[in-house]
Design a protein around this ligand. Structure first.
Ligand code: TRP
Length: 339
C-alpha cells in the first residue's frame, strides 16, 4: 500500500482546510504507516503556476503550508513530506506522459473548463496539462491509494487512463511500468461552510474574517466568531432530518460532530431542543480545545524558516530516491537513451 496526495499551497489556512484534506491525511498516516505502508504528502507548488500568481506569495505559502501540515499532525519522519519543485522527477515524468495523454481526454476535464472559462485561447498550457502533472505525481511513486476530494475524482480517473495506455503501449503485460491508483474520497468529506452564509464554502478569499476560523485565531477570537455565527431562531432538532433547509444550523452541528469525532445524530441527541445560546458556547469551547495546540505549534513553526526548509529538504531527498526506479523504467520503456 502506497498513499500519495498533494495540496496546493495557499495562505490563510482555516478550519475548512483542516477538516477537509489535512485531518484526513493525518488519519491515514496514523493508520497506514503503523501497518508498514508509506505515505507521501506534497505541496503542489508546480501546479500553482498554472494560474497567474505572485512568486513571493507562492514561496511564503509553500512554507506556511508545511508549517500547518506539521502543526496538524503530519509527522515528517513517518510520512514523506516535500514540495514538487525539489523533486524534478515530477516535471520530467509529466513530459514523458504527455506522449500518452490525449488532447480529447484533457479537453473533457471539468476543472479545465471551469478555470479556463470562455477564454480558452488565453489560458496557460500549464492549466490544460495540469492533470498530466497530477498523474505524474502519483504514478511516479506507484501509488495504490490517493486521498482526494470529490472534485479531483476525474483527475484520478485520467491518471488511471494514462497509466493503462502507457502500460499497454510500452510495457509487457507481466511487467507493467505503472500501478493503477484508486481514489479514496473521505466519507463525509467534511464540507465546511462560511459562518456568515450556510450556502458558501468557508474560504480564505471571503472578505469577512468573521466567516471563517483561521488556524491562527486565538481562543477569544474563536469564541467570538462562533457566537456571532449566523443562525436561525429555532432550537436544534432532535434528529438530522430536522436540519433540512437550515444550512447554518447544519454547518455548526457538522463542525461540532467532526471536531468531537462523533456523528450528527449523537450531537443532536445531546443538544436537540436547546437553543443556540446553549449550543454555541459548547461549540466554541470544543473548537478552542482542539485548535489551541495546533495554533500554538503552527505559530512557532511558521517563524522557524530554517526548520521548515530542513523538513522540505529531507522529504525531497527521500522522495527523489523513491521516484528514481519508476522514472528510469519510464525512460527505458520509451526508448530514450539516458546513458
Ligand atoms: N489538484 C489537487 C487539488 O487541487 C492537488 C494535487 C496535485 C493532487 N497533485 C495531486 C492531489 C496528486 C492528489 C494527488 O486538490
Amino acid at each position: 500500500m502506497r498513499i500519495v496526495s498533494g495540496i496546493q499551497p495557499t495562505g490563510n489556512l482555516h478550519l475548512g482546510n483542516y477538516l477537509g484534506a489535512i485531518r484526513n491525511w493525518v488519519a491515514m498516516q496514523d493508520e497506514w504507516t503503523a501497518k508498514g505502508a508509506t505515505c507521501l504528502y506534497f505541496l503542489a507548488d508546480l501546479h500553482a503556476i498554472s494560474m497567474p500568481h505572485v512568486p513571493a506569495d507562492l514561496a511564503a505559502n509553500t512554507r506556511e503550508m508545511v508549517a500547518a501540515l506539521v502543526a496538524c499532525g503530519i509527522d515528517p519522519q513517518r510520512s514523506v513530506l516535500f514540495n514538487q519543485a525539489q523533486v524534478p522527477a515530477h516535471a520530467e515524468l509529466q513530459w514523458l506522459l504527455c506522449g500518452t495523454a490525449r488532447m480529447g481526454w484533457l479537453g473533457r476535464m471539468t476543472q479545465w473548463k471551469d478555470k479556463a472559462g470562455k477564454n480558452r485561447e488565453g489560458a496557460s498550457v500549464a492549466l490544460y496539462s495540469y492533470p498530466v502533472l497530477q498523474a505524474a505525481d502519483v504514478l511516479l511513486y506507484q501509488a495504490t491509494h490517493v486521498p482526494v476530494g470529490e472534485d479531483q475524482k476525474q483527475h484520478l480517473e485520467l491518471a488511471r487512463d494514462i497509466a493503462q495506455k502507457f502500460n499497454n503501449d510500452f510495457a509487457s503485460e507481466d511487467a507493467p511500468v505503472f500501478t493503477l491508483p484508486a481514489p479514496i474520497i473521505p466519507p463525509e468529506a467534511a464540507r465546511i461552510m462560511s459562518l456568515r452564509d450556510g450556502a458558501a464554502k468557508m474560504s480564505k478569499s471571503d472578505p469577512s474574517d468573521m466567516s471563517r476560523i483561521n488556524l491562527t485565531d486565538d481562543a477569544d477570537t474563536i469564541m467570538q466568531k462562533v457566537k456571532k455565527a449566523r443562525t436561525d431562531p429555532e432550537p436544534l432538532p432532535g434528529e438530522a432530518a430536522g436540519l433540512e433547509g437550515r444550512a447554518e444550523a447544519r454547518n455548526l452541528v457538522a463542525i461540532y460532530a467532526v471536531m468531537a469525532g462523533c456523528d450528527v445524530a449523537t450531537v443532536l441527541a445531546e443538544f436537540g431542543g436547546q437553543g443556540f445560546g446553549r449550543f454555541k458556547p459548547a461549540l466554541g469551547d470544543l473548537l478552542v480545545d482542539r485548535l489551541a495546540p495546533i495554533a500554538a505549534r503552527f505559530r512557532d513553526l511558521r517563524a522557524d524558516r530554517t526548520a521548515l526548509d530542513a523538513i522540505l529538504a529531507q522529504g525531497a531527498a527521500r522522495a527523489r530516491t523513491l521516484a528514481r526506479p519508476t522514472l528510469d523504467a519510464t525512460y527505458a520503456a520509451l526508448g530514450l537513451v539516458t546513458g
